[in-house]
Design a protein around this ligand. Structure first.
Ligand code: NDP
Ligand code: MG
Length: 377
C-alpha cells in the first residue's frame, strides 16, 4: 500500500459480525482507508449510524425506502453489483452471508478489483469459476477466514507444499456425547466456545459442517487436492492452520483467537500495521496446545462436505443449499440439530446435474432449496 495514498474499500455486509469488526479495524488504522460503500440487509438503523460516522460514497440495503443523508442510497442485489463495478474501489471486503455474495464478487473480479473474501458460499458454490475469473483478471483473492488467512501467510511457493493442515476448535459439542448433540437446543448450538459469529456459521461450527466448507474453500484458494488437506481438532484455537512443505518443514500461523487480525491482514495485504493489536502474544500464558483427530461419526457433516467437494461440480451447490435450508429450519425450531445432516444427506442422494455457469448454479441452488423445504415440511 502506498503510504501516502488511502486505500479505497467497500464493505459488503458492514452490519454483520465480520463487517462491524472490519470497521473497528479501519477506525484503528486512522486515515489509511477511505470507505467507498457500506452495505447491510435489514439492519438499516446500524447502517445509518455507520454511514453518518464513516461517510461512504454509497450505502446499500434491502429496504427500498432507506435513505441516509449525503450518500448515494442503493437497493438490493443490483445495488451491490453497482458498488462492485465502481473501479474507484481498490479492494472489496465481501462479508455478506449466503449466496447473495457470489454475483457481486464476480462483478468486482470482472472489474479488476481485489477481494478480501469472508463469504463462504462464493467458493463453495462456484470455486472453479471464481478462481478462473480471478486469474484471468489478475485479481487477488485474500482470504479473511482465520484458517485460510493462516495458510495464506504460511505459503511461500505452493509448488513446494505437500499438505495443508486446517485446524478446528471442535465447537460447543466437542466434549459432549452424540446423545447430548441429539438433544441440543438452538441456544446450546449457538454457544460457540471461541468465536462470536453470525448464526448460520455458528450452527455450522457446531456440526463441523463449517470445517467441511473450509476444506472446499482451501481446495479452491490454494489449488490443493482434497487428499492433501487434513483437518485437525485444536480446542484452544491458537494455531490457526499450517502447511507441510515437501522437505518436512511445517509452518503454522499462530496468534490469539480474534477475527480482527485476519480481517486486518486481508484488507491491508501485503502491508502490515500495528492497527488493532492490543496485546503481545505469550507462549507461557498459553501454556499448552492440544490436537486430536476429528470424530467423523459424531460429526458426519464434515465428511459429507468433503465428499461433496471431491465429487465437485454441482455436488457442493446441492450440499450447501440443503445444509443452509436445514440450518434455517433448525434455527426456526422445525428440526433437531442432528437432522441437519440427515436432510442434507438425503438430498445428496438425488441425481446431481452438471453445472457449467453461474445461471446453472443459481437454478440448481433454487431447486434444491425448494426440495429441502418440501422434505422438511
Ligand atoms: P452475519 O450474519 O453476522 O452478517 C451478515 C451480513 O450480511 C450482515 O451485514 C447482513 O445484513 C448481510 N446480509 C445478509 N443477508 C443479506 C442479503 N440477502 N442481502 C444483503 N445483505 C445481507 O454473518 P458473519 O459476519 O458472521 O459472516 C459473514 C460471512 O463471512 C459468512 O459467509 C460467513 O460464513 C463468513 N465468515 C464469518 C466468520 C466470522 O467470524 N463471523 C469467519 C469466517 C467466515 P443485516 O444484518 O443488516 O441484515
Ligand atoms: Mg474459520
Amino acid at each position: 500500500m502506498d503510504i501516502n495514498k488511502k486505500r479505497k474499500i467497500s464493505i459488503l455486509g458492514s452490519t454483520g459480525s465480520i463487517g462491524t469488526q472490519a470497521l473497528e479495524v479501519i477506525e484503528k488504522l486512522g486515515d489509511r482507508f477511505e470507505i467507498i460503500a457500506l452495505t447491510g440487509g435489514s439492519n438499516t438503523e446500524l447502517l445509518k449510524q455507520q454511514a453518518q460516522k464513516f461517510k461512504p460514497k454509497y450505502v446499500c440495503s434491502n429496504d427500498k425506502d432507506f435513505k441516509a443523508d449525503g450518500v448515494i442510497t442503493l437497493y438490493g442485489q443490483d445495488g451491490l453489483e453497482q458498488i462492485c463495478s465502481d473501479k474507484e474501489n481498490d479492494i472489496i471486503l465481501v462479508a455478506v452471508s449466503g449466496k447473495i455474495g457470489l454475483k457481486p464478487t464476480l462483478t468486482a473480479i470482472e472489474h479488476g478489483i481485489d477481494i478480501a473474501l469472508a463469504n463462504k458460499e462464493t467458493l463453495v458454490m462456484a470455486g472453479d469459476i471464481v478462481m478462473q475469473k480471478a486469474k484471468e483478471n489478475g485479481v487477488n483473492i485474500i482470504p479473511v477466514d482465520s484458517e485460510h488467512c493462516a495458510i495464506h501467510q504460511c505459503i511461500k511457493n505452493i509448488n513446494d507444499v505437500d499438505k495443508l493442515i486446517i485446524t478446528a476448535s471442535g465447537g460447543p459439542f466437542l466434549r459432549k456425547t452424540t446423545d447430548d448433540m441429539k438433544k441440543a437446543t438452538v441456544e446450546q448450538a449457538l454457544c460457540h466456545p471461541r468465536w462470536n459469529m453470525g448464526k448460520k456459521i455458528t450452527v455450522d461450527s457446531a456440526t463441523l459442517m463449517n470445517k467441511g466448507l473450509e476444506v472446499i474453500e482451501a481446495h479452491h484458494l490454494f489449488n490443493m487436492d482434497y487428499d492433501d488437506i487434513e483437518v485437525v481438532v485444536h480446542p484452544q484455537s491458537i494455531v490457526h492452520s499450517a502447511v507441510e512443505y515437501k522437505d518436512g518443514s511445517v509452518v503454522a500461523q499462530i496468534g490469539l483467537p480474534s477475527m480482527h487480525i485476519p480481517i486486518q491482514y486481508a484488507i491491508c495485504y501485503p502491508d502490515r500495521y500495528e492497527g488493532i493489536k492490543s496485546k503481545s502474544f505469550s507462549f507461557s500464558e498459553i501454556a499448552r496446545l492440544d490436537f486430536e483427530k476429528p470424530d467423523y461419526e459424531k460429526f458426519p457433516s464434515l465428511k459429507l462436505a468433503i465428499n461433496a467437494g471431491k465429487k465437485g461440480n454441482g455436488a457442493t451447490v446441492v450440499m450447501n443449499a440443503a445444509n443452509e435450508e436445514s440450518v434455517f429450519a433448525f434455527l426456526n425450531g422445525k428440526i433437531r440439530l442432528y437432522e441437519i445432516y440427515e436432510y442434507t444427506q438425503k438430498i445428496m442422494n438425488y441425481d446431481i446435474p452438471k453445472v457449467s455457469n453461474i445461471d446453472d448454479i443459481f437454478s440448481l441452488d433454487n431447486e434444491i432449496r425448494i426440495k429441502t423445504r418440501e422434505l422438511i415440511k
